[in-house]
Design a protein around this ligand. Structure first.
Ligand SMILES: Nc1ncnc2c1ncn2[C@@H]1O[C@H](COP(=O)(O)OS(=O)(=O)O)[C@@H](OP(=O)(O)O)[C@H]1O
Length: 327
């Protein structure tokens, strides 16, 4: 009698134990835990994080962590503003500089790369921005080797304004450009086609990424959207990164003098981007948002005609039309 009861209890205990092991494996052993629980990786890591606290202060432990996402392109397309605006999010940290690890400093090793990163808690993700990565297959291959699941972000821009932006950049930096005329520069012997191609051929670079990574690992956004409605664009990227949107509508304010959206200085999240923006108005510093040269309609038409094939093919391949002026 006792033996019978005892064996029944053992069977039940064995069953409960097995169920326990199964549930443990299901929730903690499986990489799809976030999908099963239907929570974002950040919320999940936050839960895990609470156990990883500094023993003395009780605060979450901070250390330098390698990036989980990269802004890989393109220069003069708003990449710095994008990086800055993403940094407002409490779960995002970014280094202030372009680190250029995968293209220029690879021989310094991963530990060097890690040392360039700001400290973060395990619930935060590190995002690094180097717009030159997308131009180099070698760099992209190294990124793939580093983390084949890394999230990639590319921002592109109307080729006409990108050309003007590049010119304004050189005018501000090189004395030889100071009194130069944009049109004369653009048409310098056989230079026009090459210049326009460099400013509008985003597709060949995007295809380098597609040759290595699944297409849904790369989000392509437009500078025009960042300029017109940063809040919506940043929310889209946060969702792509699996981060919850904690931004309230008043985080950006349009600054009439600058002519761009800036970070609201009275917003509680402002301190996280203080180092990236102008202290007085919360706008990007003066090297962003420069005045562009005025150009004739005729010149615009010539640039558009030359760049249209690149733009149309790009929109076709990525199945997005950014509604750029003139195209
Ligand atoms: N909110 C806001 N504030 C300031 N600037 C803004 C903003 N949104 C987009 N932009 C545009 O960003 C352009 C600079 O692009 P990048 O940061 O990629 O330039 S760089 O390659 O890092 O030098 C920069 O180009 P320029 O206008 O030629 O300076 C801006 O037009």
């Amino acid at each position: 009698m006792i033996t019978g009861k005892f064996s029944k209890v053992s069977v039940i205990c064995g069953f409960v134990l097995l169920l326990g092991f199964f549930l443990l494996y299901r929730f903690y052993g499986s990489p799809k835990i976030n999908e099963v629980l239907k929570v974002s990786p950040v919320i999940m890591s936050k839960a895990i994080d609470s156990s990883r606290r500094n023993k003395v202060s009780g605060l979450p432990e901070k250390r330098r962590r390698l990036p989980k996402a990269l802004i890989i392109g393109f220069n003069k397309c708003g990449s710095s503003t994008l990086r800055t605006f993403l940094t407002i999010h409490p779960d995002v940290v970014t280094p202030s500089q372009e680190i250029r690890f995968f293209n220029d400093h690879y021989s310094k090793g991963l530990e060097w790369y890690r040392r360039q990163m700001p400290r973060s808690t395990s619930r935060q993700i590190t995002i690094e921005k180097t717009p030159g990565y997308i131009k180099s297959l070698k760099a992209l291959k190294r990124i793939y080797k580093f983390d084949p699941n890394i999230k990639l972000i590319a921002i592109i821009r109307n080729p006409v304004t990108r050309l003007l932006s590049k010119f304004a950049h050189f005018q501000a930096r090189k004395s030889s450009y100071a009194n130069m005329n944009f049109e004369k520069r653009l048409f310098r012997k056989g230079y026009f086609e090459e210049r326009v191609r460099k400013s509008s051929d985003y597709l060949s670079k995007v295809q380098l990424v597609y040759s290595l990574f699944p297409e849904d690992q790369l989000i392509i956004v437009s500078e025009e959207d960042l300029e017109a409605d940063p809040l919506s664009l940043i929310r889209r990227i946060l969702s792509f990164l699996g981060l919850r949107s904690t931004f309230s509508d008043d985080v950006f304010v349009f600054n009439e003098t600058k002519g761009f959206f800036c970070v609201n200085k009275t917003h509680p999240l402002f301190p996280s981007v203080r180092r990236f923006v102008n202290e007085t108005n919360g706008c990007m510093k003066d090297d962003k948002g420069r005045k562009h040269a005025e150009i004739s309609q005729d010149l615009i038409s010539k640039i558009v005609e030359e760049s249209r094939p690149y733009v149309e093919k790009l929109f076709h391949v990525i199945s997005v039309n950014f509604n750029w002026s003139y195209y």
